[in-house]
Design a protein around this ligand. Structure first.
Ligand code: CA
Ligand code: CA
Ligand code: CA
Ligand code: CA
Ligand code: ZN
Length: 758
């Protein structure tokens, strides 16, 4: 398989761009551009980002027509040290032997680590953002489930939660005693993956290796394992009513992962992309949810236990030295530091003034609402437009997570000023801001349109700049957001202002659900969402004239696979060039007097095998119409492939050639520059998928494999050779005598009977 790294043919690019844009019905960008905003629609759309970022088999045919199965190689990650090829695991041979029985119970030599979500605009499955995202989505659902029900998105959310949590279950390897021996927290390698700006469906495992990173006793990653434990504990709570067996599996695994995380302490690897600060927050996040799920006090003890002199020995010791001390959280619930979520759930359990203070102070810090101590003026900076910015790289995600915390606070202790603040910030995100831009993609017609996201952008040239406009709308994605001056840059290349990521949308979904509950009652989601994208030419041929005179016609055909619903490779493409040789026949020549010359076969260079020329075959022999078939079968193609060839008549006995291209069907409309050529039809495995064949098609006569108008022993010999795979140059339709779609010995037997007159 091959993707060309750069597109060299300007004209071809322009042609394709003209065909492919614009793709969308604008009616779905129905969201308001000024307040009051429709939170039902904003929440509805926000979920679709997770459909866009699903990884693995089982995607094709889902909610987004432009997403298909990807990275299916994750189902079989080889059980071997990854080595310098980055294929396999982060474990040594000795470690693999130690854990072999647990890692590979079916003994097929590999691990199944499919599923989960692509991290952002890239396709690595990074551990901390993955578990943060799935746990925080579950948290939002746990707190505001009715909102999802009321906008008819409960089933959708359940699908997303299962997709994520099932991946965490699959990534957990336990022994017979139910003890975790290994937990896979990362599949893929940032420094490899990030070189390939292409849709995930086009990932070629030989080029973009996806090693797997496992936590074990020897290689602890308690931040990663605890994050997953938290998510699975929440998932238990979300599913225990409707699916108790599944929920029990989640809880059992959550407990085991937590034990594993507590026993083997340390932080995991990310290749520098998501450096982990420490693990006590994820351990607390898991512990607090396990307490809610089981009622067992020991989990809370693990967080808040103290020594005889009141010094914290539990996880809180990371941030607070003793029970005499308080803490002010100047960060937020985020992929690296989940203390925001921890105190939101811990304060109602411990119910100490100190823990409520920590929970509340953080929301006051974010919102600018006066702290209880009137002398405390420690607040987060605001943009001139009123948006609170913690960090300019993805500012909106932190803000949305802070909104979620404020909305959850209000569930315990009604604080309308907190929820009003959250709504105010959400309104800024949805378009009420100095840029007059919505930071939710696809929400309204003022939404950001160029998120840094490979699948939605759909480049065929491995370039963020090609095409200029995204092929698909990344419905509901929260882009990075504004900087401290309310400025935002809506450019595909800009991953600071305009990246999207699973952790960005996690707090956003929960916050929208909370805001819908308080401010969106009566609002309606969109019907029939998402809209079908407009059809575009996925397969076609272009051609240009290279040279033509009385002795030849020389052209280049460029065959295209521009598939996008979803994008995929094709390895059985064919094209047919039809022509009329009546001028040769009138001069006493036949099809035997025509030669095919090949000047350039791009596929041979890019894909290895190259084009097989078949024929010429008679199409309408009475009128002298023939065709040659250019067969790319065996070359896995995405994008386009050029084939430069010539039809060259031989000279007759008088040293004359007889060549008149003006009556040649496929020659019509071909000029010096590339243009799309309806008369050079394109086929997939023999079935026409583009263009038109000459009128007056004469059905190929069954048995006349070489198209010479006779059914005779030559055809029999050809068919026998074809079945023995000695020859492939036959008319398949004619060879399929019993018309069952296969050419095999049954056809040979039938042809024999025909020849024997039986
Ligand atoms: Ca296996
Ligand atoms: Ca952490
Ligand atoms: Ca002709
Ligand atoms: Ca024949
Ligand atoms: Zn994938």
């Amino acid at each position: 398989m091959g993707i060309k790294r750069f597109v060299r043919k300007t004209i071809a690019v322009v042609t394709a761009a003209a065909l492919l844009s614009p793709l969308l019905a604008s009616s779905a960008y129905a969201g308001p551009t000024v307040p009051p905003f429709n939170y039902a629609e904003a929440l509805q759309k926000s979920l679709y980002f997770y459909d866009a970022n699903k990884c693995g088999p089982g995607i094709t045919g889902g909610r987004l027509e432009w997403r298909g199965d990807c990275h299916v190689e994750d189902t079989e990650v080889p059980l071997k040290p990854m080595g310098e090829e980055f294929v396999g695991l982060n474990l040594s041979r000795e470690e693999i032997e130690k854990y072999r029985a647990v890692l590979d119970p079916d003994g097929n030599g590999s691990l199944d680590l499919h599923g989960g979500f692509h991290d952002a605009g890239d396709h690595v499955k990074f551990g901390l953002p993955q578990s943060y995202t799935i746990s925080t989505l579950g948290w939002g659902f746990y707190e505001f489930r009715d909102s999802f029900k009321q906008i008819n998105e409960e089933e959708h959310m359940i699908d997303i939660l299962k997709w994520g949590n099932d991946y965490l279950l699959r990534s957990t390897f336990m022994n017979d005693r139910g003890e975790v021996q290994a937990f896979c927290y990362q599949v893929g390698e940032g420094n490899i993956d990030h070189n390939w700006w292409q849709p995930p469906e086009l990932n070629e495992k030989a080029k973009v290796q996806r090693p797997a990173y496992l936590a074990t006793a020897e290689r602890p990653a308690s931040d990663q394992a605890a994050g997953a434990a938290a998510s699975l504990a929440i998932n238990y709570l979300n599913f225990k009513e409707k699916e108790p067996v599944y929920a029990a599996t989640c809880l059992k695994t959550a407990k085991a992962l937590y034990e594993f995380a507590v026993k083997y302490r340390g932080c995991g690897y990310s290749g520098g992309f998501y450096n982990s600060s420490y693990e006590e927050d994820e351990l607390s996040w898991a512990a607090v949810w396990l307490n809610i799920a089981t009622g067992e006090e020991s989990y809370i003890e693990d967080i808040i236990s103290v020594s005889a002199n009141g010094m914290y020995t539990g996880f809180l010791g990371r941030i607070i030295s003793s029970t005499e001390n308080g803490w002010q959280n100047i960060w937020v619930h985020s992929w690296d530091t989940v203390w925001g979520g921890v105190f939101a759930k811990l304060a109602p359990i411990t119910n100490t003034e100190r823990d409520w203070y920590i929970f509340r102070w953080n929301i006051e810090y974010w919102s600018g609402i006066q702290h209880e101590n009137p002398n405390d003026t420690t607040f987060l900076a605001s943009t001139p437009g009123g948006f609170r910015v913690l960090n300019t790289w993805g500012s909106a995600r932190y803000n949305a997570a802070a909104q979620l915390c404020a909305l959850v606070y209000n569930k315990y202790q009604p604080r309308k000023d907190f929820t009003d603040w959250a709504k105010d910030q959400m309104d800024y995100i949805l378009g009420d801001n100095p840029m007059k831009r919505s930071y939710e993609v696809g929400y309204s017609d003022i939404s950001a349109k160029h998120p840094h996201h490979r699948a939605a952008h759909g480049s065929k040239a491995l370039s963020m700049l090609n095409p200029l406009e995204h092929r698909h709308t990344l419905w509901g994605a929260l882009v990075g957001g504004p900087d401290g001056t309310d400025k935002h840059v809506d450019e595909t290349t800009d991953f600071v202002y305009n990246e999207v990521a699973i952790d960005y949308n996690a707090g956003f979904v929960g916050a929208l659900a909370g805001i819908y509950e308080s401010y969106g009652q009566g609002q309606e989601p969109l019907k029939d969402f998402p809209p079908k994208e407009e059809d575009f030419l996925e397969f076609y041929s272009e051609a240009k004239l290279e040279q033509e005179n009385a002795e030849r016609t020389q052209i280049t055909i460029n065959i295209h696979n521009e598939s996008g619903k979803p994008p995929h490779f094709e390895d059985k493409l064919q094209a047919r060039y039809f022509f009329n040789i009546s001028e040769m026949i009138e001069a006493g020549q036949s099809i035997e007097d025509l030669k095919i010359e090949i000047m350039y076969d791009e596929s041979k260079i890019v894909d290895g095998k190259g084009v097989t020329i078949k024929g010429p075959f008679a199409w309408n022999e009475a009128e002298g119409v023939y065709y040659v078939e250019l067969d790319w079968t065996g070359n896995s193609i995405y994008g386009d492939r050029e084939f430069h060839f010539a039809l060259v008549p031989k000279m007759d006995a008088s040293w004359l050639t007889h060549w008149d291209p003006s009556d040649d069907w496929s020659r019509k409309g071909i000029i010096k520059e590339y243009s799309i050529t309806q008369n050079i039809p394109v086929y997939r495995d023999g079935v026409k998928i583009f263009g038109s064949e000459p009128e007056g098609e004469v059905q190929s006569e069954k048995g006349d494999l070489n198209g010479d108008g006779k059914v005779d022993s030559i055809d029999y010999s050809l068919l026998r050779r074809y079945i023995l795979e000695l020859d492939s140059d036959i008319n398949i339709e004619a060879a399929d005598l019993n018309s069952d779609g296969n050419v095999n010995s049954a056809d040979l037997a039938m042809l024999k009977r025909v020849l024997l007159g039986m």
